[in-house]
Ligand binder design. Structure first.
Ligand code: AMP
Length: 176
């Protein structure tokens, strides 16, 4: 995982002072690191019953699309409010200041389908937790959540465990 961690660029004080932004565009642009990251995300789920991958906008689309392709399953975009053209169901979640909302198409999941959530990074887990609620409301069985990066000090993995969802990540960074 050293190769993967080394391929992630850190931008201090972005988007605001005190935040260390973990930029995966450098990983995505590195052929070997991108391939290794997708392989490592798929590995724990190979041979398991997964019907769909749900990727969280926007970096979760890139990683989740690749994971879905490798598992030979369908892909569901979990989008920010107002982007999807058909009838949607939505779930709001708290941000540091204010609330946000994520949506999926009402017919994106068939009841009982098993779904793996994918995003680039889990911090507080608020976004992924909203995705869990949304997918469950659509009738999905959420079988796990896979991230490249965990920020363990922010407790996101524990938050998902409390919802009965196992979070796995490839690398961890201390701090926010
Ligand atoms: P959270 O809901 O707190 O778990 O935040 C997760 C979402 O915010 C993910 O979609 C991440 O891409 C983004 N995010 C949060 N913190 C960072 C960070 N330090 N660097 C890069 N992306 C972040």
């Amino acid at each position: 995982m050293d190769h993967i961690k080394a391929a992630i660029r850190t931008i201090p004080d972005y988007p605001k002072p005190g935040i260390m932004f973990r930029d995966v565009t450098t990983l995505l642009g590195d052929a070997g690191a991108f391939r290794a990251a997708v392989d490592a995300m798929v590995f724990p789920h190979a041979g398991k019953k997964i019907d769909k991958v749900a990727g969280i906008e926007a970096r979760g689309f890139i990683l989740g699309g690749a994971v879905a392709h490798q598992l030979s399953v369908g892909f569901v975009p979990v989008r920010k409010k107002g982007k999807l053209p058909h009838k949607t169901i939505s779930q709001s979640y708290e941000l540091e200041y204010g609330v946000d909302e994520v949506e999926i198409h009402v017919d994106a999941i068939r009841p009982g389908e098993t779904v793996l959530i994918v995003d680039d990074l889990i911090a507080t887990g608020g976004t992924a937790e909203a995705a869990v609620k949304l997918l469950r409301a659509a009738g999905a069985e959420v079988v796990g959540a896979s991230f490249v990066i965990d920020l363990p000090d922010l407790g996101g993995a524990r938050r998902l465990e409390a919802r009965g969802v196992k979070a796995t990540s490839l690398v961890a960074f201390e701090g926010e």
